[in-house]
Design a protein around this ligand. Sequence first.
Ligand SMILES: C[S@@+](CC[C@H](N)C(=O)[O-])C[C@H]1O[C@@H](n2cnc3c(N)ncnc32)[C@H](O)[C@@H]1O
Length: 234
Amino acid sequence: MSNTVVYHQTNAAEDTHHEVSPTLLALFRSIASPGHYAIDVGCGQGRFTFEIAPKLAYTIGIDLDMEGIEAAQTLAQEKGIDTVSFFVADAEQVDYTEFITFETYDLVTAHLCLSKAIIGRAASALRPGGRFLFAALEAGQWGETGVQSSFAFSEEGLRKALASAGLRVEYLGVETEILEYETASSLESAWLNGVSPKWLNGSRRAGLAEHVKAGGNTLTVRSHLIGRAVKAAR
Ligand SMILES: C[S@@+](CC[C@H](N)C(=O)[O-])C[C@H]1O[C@@H](n2cnc3c(N)ncnc32)[C@H](O)[C@@H]1O
């Protein structure tokens, strides 16, 4: 399934590319249970963790970035949520059950932090019938720059990685948002004249400059694979 939205840069109301996908939240709500235990990997400051935690028994958040984890801990206190704990950990290396006293999770989530190693760790930490819920960068994200993210998956590649970890796809869709400017020079003013976001590094910046030079006036600001998979029963 694929859903593409093209919107004009002046129509700010349509600019939803920074938000958590409503489809992903619906995939979560339809399986969430107050008795469930979850881990959110690559949680950053807990943006997705705080979306899911209120509907679950307990949620762990892990991230490599200590500042993100400290911010998430502070937010948990400010929000008065005591059913979450955050830890600094490498989601590609650590055994997820290290953070809990029980044996397996009901749910593993990965919001914009996905790799084959993470899929493998998630599959090992889930109980049979447990769910893996994710949003991953798709190969077309920032395609106009000519430089893919090293974390990006193709739909086929992701299906294969899930299947080889013993995870059966229940839903997989691509959500794309393309920002279209009036002219190439208005795209240039918006993205290349001034401070660039972190993802628009040297080679991507050069690639986008080439795109603009060739008259390009679009930028794929979001191309995400949204999905849910279930661990096969033994
Ligand atoms: C695009 S951010 C998403 C953060 C958060 N899930 C959200 O939606 O706001 C990716 C996050 O993955 C984290 N990350 C990348 N590789 C990681 C790894 N191997 N283990 C744990 N966290 C990782 C980064 O530190 C960053 O916080």
